[in-house]
Design a protein around this ligand. Structure first.
Ligand code: COA
Length: 193
């Protein structure tokens, strides 16, 4: 089941962070602030009482674009469709808020994520230079919400993924986080959306 995260989920969210990202992890305090004061939607995938993954969407007033700011699945749960189910839920969440586009940044070498985003109908709109902590560039991708899933015969985007072996590296280098103050002020470093 996919549901909105609550404060009591923070230890599980922190664990996913530690197991998924090599640097710039969201802290307990970041999560607490985001969940209680942020203009966000944090969705978790829960099965048998265990949270296997989460997706964090940021919103800005008068901006019709939702930003998928953070997104990860526990390494041992990958390849089972959780990521895709969360991505679909993010689209529904943004659509439900009458937003027209979903935007995200991804490392060009993050093959699993790139493949998932492309299969879900995202396309690259630009390269963001020096985006990550190690100065790597990011690909910025976007999807017009309500668009059909390419290659799926026009069916709406609703499927769950099938089993697949996990990506080789469990730790992903992630985007550079905005400073805590910026995060808490809900003004991410990147102006978009
Ligand atoms: C990216 C991530 C969220 C995918 O989650 P997941 O639950 O494993 O994904 P799913 O099982 O739903 O797979 C969905 C699609 O992703 C792609 N994919 C998933 N694992 C893959 C792999 N190891 N290699 C290539 N493509 C892969 C496929 O297109 C797959 O669709 P398919 O099964 O129809 O081929 C997960 O690998 C992860 O947490 N990675 C570390 C954190 C991260 O990179 N976050 C994204 C930052 S932009």
């Amino acid at each position: 089941m996919i549901r909105a995260a609550c404060v009591s989920d923070i230890p599980a969210l922190r664990r996913i962070e530690d197991d998924s990202f090599a640097a710039d992890r969201l802290t307990r305090r970041n999560f607490h602030h985001l969940l209680t004061k942020g203009k966000v939607s944090c969705l978790v995938h829960e099965e048998g009482g265990q949270i296997g993954g989460y997706a964090l969407l940021l919103f800005r007033a008068r901006v019709p674009i939702a930003r998928l700011y953070s997104f990860a699945v526990l390494p041992r749960e990958r390849g089972n469709g959780i990521g895709r189910a969360l991505l679909d839920a993010c689209e529904r969440e943004a659509l439900g808020r009458n937003l027209t586009r979903l935007r995200l940044e991804v490392r060009p070498d993050n093959e699993a994520a790139l493949r998932m985003y492309r299969a879900a109908g995202f396309h690259e709109i630009e390269t963001v230079a020096d985006y990550y902590e190690d100065h790597a560039d990011a690909l910025r991708m976007e999807k017009a919400l309500g668009a059909v899933n390419p290659g799926k015969g026009g069916a709406p985007v609703t499927r769950a993924g099938r089993a697949r072996s996990p990506a080789k590296s469990p730790l992903t280098s992630r985007r550079r986080l905005p400073g805590r103050d910026a995060l808490e002020a809900r003004k991410p470093r990147l102006a978009s959306p």
